[in-house]
Write a protein that binds this ligand. Structure first.
Ligand SMILES: [Zn+2]
Length: 265
C-alpha cells in the first residue's frame, strides 16, 4: 500500500516534469525510468516532504514524520534491488576539510577542521576493515591547499574522493546535511551517500547540489563529493556535531554510501 503510494507519487513527479528543490540534480524528465533516476525522484519526493530544504532560505524546523522515514526506507531499498552493476573503485581518497592555518568554520572551541578529521579517521578505519585501500589527504592539523588535495587524488586511477566538512552560517537556524558534487559521476556518488546520511542522522533538512565553484571538486578528476555533515552555527546541531555518536553515524553513512555506489550503481 505504502510502496504503491510512493510509486504513484514518483511517477506523478516524473510525468509532471516537476521541478523540485533539487533543480540541479533533477532538471529533466526521464524517458527511460532507470534505477538511478528513481533514486533521485524518490529522494526529491522525500526531501520535499521535509519542507523548506534550501540552504539559502531560513529553515523552518519540523518534526521528522513517519511518512518521510517510510519514503526514505523505500528509497534505500530501491537502491539495493535489481542487478548489481559493480563499479570499479580501487581506492578511496578521504579529504578532511581545512587544517592548519585554514581553520574552516568555528564556534567557540568547536572547529570544523577538528570535527572533519575525527569523522575522516572513522571512515578510514571502517573502509580498511572492509579491505578498501584508503589515502588520507591529511592526518593531522596541517594546511594543504585545495590544489594539493586534488593532486593527491589525481595520482590514482579508479579512485573516488570524499571531502568531509561541517557547515556554518551567519544565521543560527540553518541546519541539516548537504552533499555537493561537480561531475556526473560525482552526482551518482552524492546520491548514494546522501541517502545514507539522511537515514543515519535524520536531519530535518538537506539536499544534494551541483557546485561548480568548489575548487577541490573541480580539480579532482575522479568521482568527487563534498559532504557537509551538519551546521555548527546552529546551537542544537552543534551539540550533536561534537559527539562521537554523531561522528560514528556520519562515518557509517559515508561508508555505506560508498559501498552502495561501488556495488549497485
Ligand atoms: Zn568546510
Amino acid at each position: 500500500m505504502a510502496s504503491h503510494h510512493t510509486m504513484k507519487m514518483t511517477m506523478k513527479l516524473n510525468r509532471a516534469k516537476a521541478r523540485t528543490s533539487l533543480t540541479n540534480t533533477y532538471p529533466h524528465t526521464y524517458p527511460h525510468f532507470s534505477k538511478h533516476h528513481l533514486i533521485l525522484v524518490v529522494l526529491s519526493a522525500q526531501l520535499e516532504s521535509s519542507g523548506d530544504i534550501s540552504p539559502n532560505k531560513l529553515v523552518v524546523n519540523r518534526p521528522v514524520s513517519w511518512c518521510r522515514n517510510l519514503v526514505l526506507a523505500i528509497a534505500l531499498m530501491v537502491t539495493c534491488v535489481g542487478q548489481a552493476d559493480a563499479r570499479k573503485v580501487s581506492r578511496v581518497i578521504i579529504d578532511p576539510g581545512h587544517g592548519g592555518k585554514d581553520k574552516g568554520a568555528n564556534r567557540g572551541t568547536v572547529y570544523e577542521k577538528d570535527l572533519a578529521l575525527k569523522v575522516a579517521f572513522l571512515v578510514e578505519k571502517m573502509l580498511k576493515a572492509k579491505g578498501m585501500p584508503v589515502t588520507m589527504t591529511r592526518r593531522s592539523d596541517q594546511y594543504i591547499s585545495l590544489r594539493g588535495r586534488a593532486d593527491i587524488a589525481n595520482r590514482y586511477s579508479n579512485a573516488i574522493f570524499i571531502s568531509i566538512h561541517f557547515n556554518a552560517h551567519t544565521g543560527t537556524r540553518l541546519n541539516g546535511v548537504e552533499t555537493y558534487y561537480h561531475s556526473e559521476l560525482g552526482q551518482k556518488l552524492a546520491a548514494h551517500v546522501h541517502l545514507r546520511m539522511l537515514s543515519q542522522l535524520q536531519p530535518r533538512n538537506g539536499n544534494t547540489r551541483q557546485r561548480k565553484d568548489l575548487g577541490v571538486l573541480k580539480a579532482t578528476r575522479c568521482p568527487a563529493i563534498l559532504v557537509e555533515c551538519g551546521y555548527i552555527s546552529n546551537p542544537d546541531e552543534r551539540k550533536k556535531c561534537i559527539t562521537s555518536d554523531y561522528h560514528q553515524k556520519c562515518a557509517q553513512a559515508i561508508v555505506d554510501g560508498i559501498w552502495a555506489y561501488k556495488t549497485y550503481n
